[in-house]
Structure formats: structure tokens, C-alpha cells
Design a binder for this molecule. Structure first.
Ligand code: TPP
Ligand code: MG
Length: 725
């Protein structure tokens, strides 16, 4: 974990020394010895990986970005290969195939194109690189180490996949500086990248050329087979995100073997049909890759470069086969690979000329970074730009907005659906918090996420703050993660709660990464009525509450909805889901209360007359049912209190005194929620009574459904009385 100071210091070599070194190293075999590599097919003609002009080249070679030092491309790429195979071998687990196969692509990208500064991995205007195929994590760890990032030392590489090192099995952005997003679940990275690219364009539209960077992705077959990639590429093509460049590690291999076992998609045609530029190159030909990236940079559309590669490149018997995908190569195979690659060095040893060349590549953007800093210093919107990039809220404006909405609601109460309450809150919040970028997956009118002031974002106008994501819930959630990771934006969006399942993989990753994304999920129970059980969430609240670090809010009226929005915005390191009703609800909080009463997750919304015999806990639309039940019980001389529980998570983490105060000590506890019981025992105990759902819903007007499923004031009162007996 300690930074390896010996190797993290750039070894300054004057050009003469470089030249001498290179001449001396000229005798080192750079080409794979064909006698020792029967498994390597003739198609691998480009074993000499030195940069060379390619027939597909658009620019004259003289104009090309060249490697920063006179060390041949293939030796630099082989440093990645060697570190990957040695680290996986030492860890006795991991994936050597991708880093070995994609080493040439990565070397070209990082030494010639990518704008970044290892000394400041959070530089806002850096290019973003997303390793969508997270199983190839050793590729990015090798790069970070070679380029001179402090976050990955040689010691970390030697301890790949070990506890408390910065080289976990799959890249985790919260562990290792220089990793832009957490990947591993295939398809997520490429879909996050669409969010990065949207964020870049949106912020550039507002702040001008202080925001001027690109997003690069390395994606594998698996990334492109996953359904979410379709949603992502369709959206990117539609928005003409021309600063998004995907390098496809087109190796034709996945875990089961040849891709032909399960796939016959022509990816180039697929991307073209989604409005992308797409081309194929030899992924071991540095010149061809260079030319293709140069072309991509000039494109008016996003670009796919399908780079034909050989998985496990260099391994004598396993290259080109699934055997190189996900397990250590073994000592013999590694010895053979070293021979094939002309790599004569000990495990984990990177010769100083190669390391220096990599470190020099890490210095490439220093002056660009320095110029950018100067520009920022003179930028008239600097304070606002920096506030947004830090993720700090405009505190006063937000507080003022919340206060004034509360005053309005105290003066003129509103008995409205919480989805409408959300829209009412948003009308003020989006004006106070300009970094909020909303959206919906084709349910804008139902989710109430677009306010009157919001203009739609489009390919011709990225300043719009509302994104029509189309019917792409998964792609939307993944893009939101990318926007939040980019910084400068608080993404929120809408769909029906039942489709949380369609977003779940991305919500889970937002929670793991600790990203502030806010999901408005409406039509949150059988209360949606006639659309029936396909659309009525039953298990979704429990399923979402099971995700660590996710805040699940279910406000009971218009005031709580505003308070939950405030808490979601203030939760800088957590995603939130705000579950909202389709049906109207009475405003229960009629008097002005400037405090946010939802902060502790639960609070007594209606006190008992005297000492309570019964505590009724409820969420969302069932709180008003609980209040009616309280009246029925009072008529029978049973004192009951009603506790609204807008967030289980906040209740569980609240200080003990607050938690005890909310839960109380009445001898009977009743939980009410039009959903399954799972999770409720933490509040009501296993002996508590629960009024909710234990099956799927049905299609009917919602009032009939509440009666049919027994979620009524009478049922709640009866459940309490039974327990009192
Ligand atoms: C959503 C998801 N499903 C399954 C896996 C398990 N998995 C890891 S890599 C992989 C496929 C490997 O093929 P490819 O993506 O082409 O990578 P390559 O073997 O070429 O490196 C699979 C199925 C995963 N990581 N994510
Ligand atoms: Mg593959």
C-alpha cells in the first residue's frame, strides 16, 4: 500500500541517453518467436507492434501524436502484459487475458491521446477513461502504476486482490484514485460513460471551454452483449455525443469459449444503426489504432473502434482461447509468454527505460493542466464551477426554497398525490439548485419530474436540464451514475417503482460507489389501481431497502415529500429512491414546522391521547389510513399514536435517543404498508401486527383494492385490538 518511492520518481533521461539505451536494446527480440508459439495464429501478423503507418490512417505520419519517449511501442505494451500475468499468478486469481490482449490499445490511448495528470486524478477537465470490462482490472492498475499515479504502487500490484491494497479484484473508484467508475458487472461501464459524456456537454454548455474533454471506454464482448449497452448506445447516438469513443476489445472470446457459441451480431453495423461512427482495426497495430482515434476525435458522432485482438496475447498455448480469460496462466505458460514477447526481466521488474518512458507519458498533459489552471483562475464563474465540482449544495438558496414552499403549504394546504407534491417541490428546488438535471424514462407526465422552467436537453442544445431517456430505465440509471461520477451534476429521474427492477444493477452500484443520484419512483403500490399487478410494486420497497447505503424514502404527504427531497439532495454520498403515489393524499402536516422532521427517519406524526397502548407505524399513503385507525381506536378508548416512517435507513442510523423516541414503548406495535412485511420486524418486532400485502395485487380502482386486500382503517384498528386482547 505504501507508495513505492523508488519507482514512483520519474527517472530523468536526456534524449541522448534514451537513444543510446534504445540502440543497446535493439538486440532484444521484439517479435514473438513463431517456433515457440504454435497457438498464435498467422492472423497475428502484427506481432511487431511498433507504431507504423496504417492504410486506414487519415493523417500523415508526421502529424501523428508520437510516443513521448524513444522506447518502442511494443516494449511499453509488454510492460502491461508482464505486470498482468505476474500479478494474476501471484494472486492465484484474476484475469490475465484482457490486459494482455488490450495492452496495445491502452498503450496507444494513454501515451498519445488521453489528457490526464497523475499528480491530480481529480482534475475536472481530464479525459475520462472507463474500463468497462472490469475483470481486466490489471490493465488499469498496470497503467496507473506505470504512469506514476501515487494510488498504485508496485507493492499494490504484487498484492493484487489482497485485503486493504488498492488493487481489488475489479476496479473500485472509491478505493483507487485514477479509477473513474466501479466496473465488473458487464455493460455498466459503457453505460456510465454515456453519463460522463452527457455531463461534459451539459457543463460545457453552461461554463464554456473550461469544460472540454473526452470520454474513452474499453469495452469487451460481454459489455456489448449485455442489454444495457443497447440502451446506452442508442441514447449516445441520439444525443450525438461525439466526444465519446469506445474501443472494443474485439477478441471473439468469452468465458464459455468462442463468441460464435452464442453471438452473431455485427457490432459495427449495430453501432452504425444507432447513429455512431464505427470501424474495425487490427488491435495490435499501434498505427491503425492511432489513426482510428484521430478520426474519432474529429467525428460529429460517437465512435466505436472495433479492435481485433487476441486474448492473452503472447501466451504460447492459451492466447486466443478462453483459457486466458480468468485464471493464472501457470509457470510454463508465463515462461513461454516471456520468451514470445522478448521480455527477459524478472517478475514485477520493469526496466528503467520503459518505466521512464511510461512516466514521461504521465507528464504529457502537465502543461495543458497548468494552462487550464491559469484559465480557471481568471474564470468569472470560477466559484460556482468549483462549488459544483466539489458537490457542495447552494445551502442558503436551498434552505430558502424549502422554507418558502413550507410557508406556502401551511397557508394553503394541498391534498395531492405525492408525485404531484414532488413536482410542486421541484418547481422551487431546481431553481435553487442549478446542478440538478432531471429526466424520465418516457413517463414524464406520470412521474412529474419535469418542471415548467426546464428545457429538454438535445443534440443541438445541451444546456437543457431535462433528459428524455426514452424507455430505457437501466441505461438511464447507469447514465445517471456516470453524471454523478463526472461531478458538477446531481442527476434525478423518474420511472414507476415497479421498474426499479430494471434499474437495480445500476442503483446497487451507485450505492456501492456512494454516488448522489436520486430516483423518483412513482405509482408506488396497489394504489395505482387499474393497471393491475404487473404495475403494482409489492416487494420493491423491501428489495430496495436491502441495498446497503441506499436511502429509500416514502413520504406521506406534500410536506414530507419536500423534506425527503431535501434529505436526498443533502445526502452527498448516497443514492436515494423517493417512492411516490399516484393517488391523492391528505396533507397531514398542516402547521408550519421549519425543522425537517424526516431527518431521523421516523417521527410521531399524531400523538396519542395520554399514554399510548398502541403505536401504529406507517409509510407513504398508509399514514393517513393509520391516522383514521387511530380515531377508530380512540372511539373504543384505546390510546394509539401514529408514527410516520419515511425512511427505514435514516431511522436505523439515527442516534439511539431519537430512535427510541420514535419507536416508543407502547405494548402493541402495528406496521402498515401496502407492500410485503419483509424488513418491518426491525421496527414492530416479530410479534408485531402487520397490515400490508402478502401476494401480488390486482386490477381494479384503487379504493376497491385497498378494501379487497384489507388495508383499511378498520383492518388496522382490528389488528391492534386483537393484539391488545
Ligand atoms: C453482468 C455480468 N454477467 C456475468 C459476468 C461474469 N463474467 C465476467 S467476464 C465475462 C465474459 C467474458 O467475456 P468478455 O467480456 O468478452 O471478456 P474477455 O474474456 O474477452 O476478457 C463474464 C460472463 C459479469 N462480470 N457481469
Ligand atoms: Mg471477449
Amino acid at each position: 500500500m505504501l507508495v513505492d518511492r523508488n519507482v514512483n520518481v520519474l527517472i530523468p533521461l536526456c534524449p541522448d541517453v534514451f537513444a543510446t539505451l534504445c540502440m543497446a536494446l535493439g538486440s532484444v527480440p521484439r517479435h514473438i518467436d513463431s517456433r515457440g508459439s504454435h497457438a498464435i495464429q498467422p492472423a497475428q501478423k502484427a506481432f511487431s507492434m511498433t507504431a507504423k503507418a496504417s492504410p486506414t490512417s487519415a493523417a500523415a505520419p508526421a502529424e501523428r501524436p508520437e510516443p513521448p519517449a524513444a522506447v518502442a511501442h511494443d516494449r511499453m505494451a509488454n510492460a502491461i502484459r508482464a505486470l498482468a500475468m505476474d500479478a494474476v499468478e501471484q494472486a492465484k486469481s484474476g484475469h490475465p487475458g484482457l490486459p494482455m490482449g488490450a495492452a496495445d490499445i491502452a498503450t496507444v490511448l494513454f501515451t498519445r491521446f488521453l489528457k490526464f495528470d497523475p499528480a491530480d486524478p481529480t482534475w475536472p477537465d481530464r479525459d475520462r477513461f472507463v474500463l468497462s470490462a472490469g475483470h481486466g482490472s490489471m490493465l488499469i492498475y498496470a497503467l496507473l502504476y506505470l504512469l506514476g499515479y501515487e494510488s498504485v504502487s508496485l507493492d499494490d500490484i504484487k498484492n493484487f486482490r489482497k485485503l486493504n491494497y488498492r488493487t481489488p479484484g475489479h476496479p473500485e473508484n472509491f478505493v483507487t484514485a485514477g479509477i473513474e467508475t466501479t466496473t465488473g458487472p458487464l455493460g455498466q461501464g459503457i453505460a456510465n460513460a454515456v453519463g460522463f459524456a452527457i455531463a461534459e456537454r451539459h457543463l460545457a454548455a453552461e461554463f464554456g471551454d473550461i469544460v472540454d474533454h473526452k470520454t474513452y471506454v474499453l469495452a469487451s464482448d460481454g459489455d456489448l452483449m449485455e442489454g444495457v449497452s443497447q440502451e446506452a448506445i442508442a441514447l449516445a447516438g441520439h444525443l450525438k455525443l461525439n466526444r465519446l469513443i469506445v474501443l472494443f476489445d474485439d477478441n471473439g472470446i468469452s468465458i464459455d469459449g468462442a463468441l460464435s457459441l452464442s453471438d452473431s451480431v455485427d457490432q459495427v453495423k449495430r453501432f452504425e444503426s444507432a447513429g455512431w461512427n464505427a470501424s474495425r482495426v487490427d488491435g495490435h497495430d499501434a498505427g491503425a489504432i492511432t489513426a482510428a482515434i484521430e478520426k474519432a476525435q474529429k467525428s460529429d458522432r460517437p465512435t466505436l473502434i472495433a479492435c481485433k485482438t487476441r486474448i492473452g496475447y503472447g501466451a504460447p498455448t492459451k492466447a486466443g482461447s478462453e483459457k486466458a480469460h480468468g485464471s493464472p496462466l501457470g509457470a510454463d505458460e508465463i515462461a513461454g509468454a516471456r520468451k514470445n514477447l522478448g521480455w527477459t526481466y524478472a517478475p514485477f521488474e520493469i526496466p528503467s527505460d520503459i518505466l521512464s518512458a511510461w512516466r514521461a507519458a504521465g507528464e504529457r498533459s502537465k502543461s495543458v493542466h497548468a494552462d487550464w489552471n491559469k484559465k480557471l483562475a481568471a474564470f468569472d464563474k470560477r466559484a460556482e464551477f468549483e462549488r459544483r465540482m466539489r458537490g457542495d449544495l447552494p445551502k442558503q438558496a436551498l434552505a430558502d426554497a424549502v422554507k418558502s414552499v413550507k410557508q406556502t403549504l401551511a397557508a394553503t394546504p394541498k391534498d395531492i398525490a405525492t408525485r404531484s407534491a414532488s413536482e410542486f417541490a421541484l418547481e422551487s428546488l431546481v431553481l435553487a439548485v442549478p446542478e440538478m438535471v432531471g429526466g424520465s424514462a418516457d413517463l414524464t407526465g406520470s412521474n412529474n419530474t419535469r418542471t415548467k422552467s426546464m428545457k429538454a436537453m438535445s443534440a443541438s442544445d445541451f444546456s437543457g436540464r431535462f433528459i428524455h431517456y426514452g424507455i430505457r430505465e437501466h441505461g438511464m440509471a447507469a447514465a445517471m451514475n456516470g453524471m454523478a461520477l463526472h461531478g458538477g451534476i446531481i442527476p434525478y429521474s423518474g420511472t414507476f417503482l415497479v421498474f426499479a427492477d430494471y434499474c437495480r444493477p445500476s442503483i446497487r452500484l451507485a450505492a456501492l460507489m456512494g454516488e448522489r443520484v436520486i430516483h423518483v419512483m412513482t405509482h408506488d403500490s396497489i394504489g395505482l389501481g387499474e393497471d393491475g399487478p404487473t404495475h403494482q410494486p409489492v416487494e420493491h420497497l423491501a428489495a430496495l431497502r436491502a441495498i446497503p447505503n441506499l436511502l429509500v424514502f416514502r413520504p406521506c404527504d406534500v410536506v414530507e415529500t419536500l423534506e425527503c427531497w431535501q434529505l436526498a439532495l443533502e445526502a452527498k454520498d448516497r443514492p436515494s429512491v423517493i417512492a411516490l403515489t399516484r393517488q391523492n393524499l391528505p396533507q397531514l402536516r398542516k402547521t408550519l414546522d421549519e425543522q425537517n422532521r424526516c431527518t431521523a427517519g421516523a417521527y410521531e406524526i399524531s400523538a396519542a391521547n395520554g399514554n399510548a397502548d398502541v403505536s401504529i407505524f406507517a409509510t407513504g399513503s398508509e399514514v393517513s389510513i393509520a391516522v383514521e385507525a387511530q380515531k377508530l381506536l380512540a372511539a373504543k378508548h384505546v390510546a394509539a399514536r401514529v408514527v410516520s416512517v419515511p425512511s427505514f435507513e435514516l431511522l436505523m442510523q439515527a442516534p439511539e435517543a431519537a430512535r427510541r423516541a420514535a419507536i416508543g414503548d407502547a405494548k402493541v406495535k402495528v406496521g402498515v404498508e401496502a407492500a410485503v412485511r419483509q424488513g418491518w420486524d426491525a421496527i414492530i418486532g416479530s410479534d408485531g401486527a402487520f397490515v400490508g400485502m402478502s401476494s401480488f395485487g390486482a386490477s381494479a380502482p384503487y379504493k376497491d383494492l385497498y378494501k379487497h386486500f384489507g388495508i383499511t382503517p378498520d383492518a388496522v384498528a382490528d389488528a391492534a385490538l386483537k393484539k391488545l386482547d
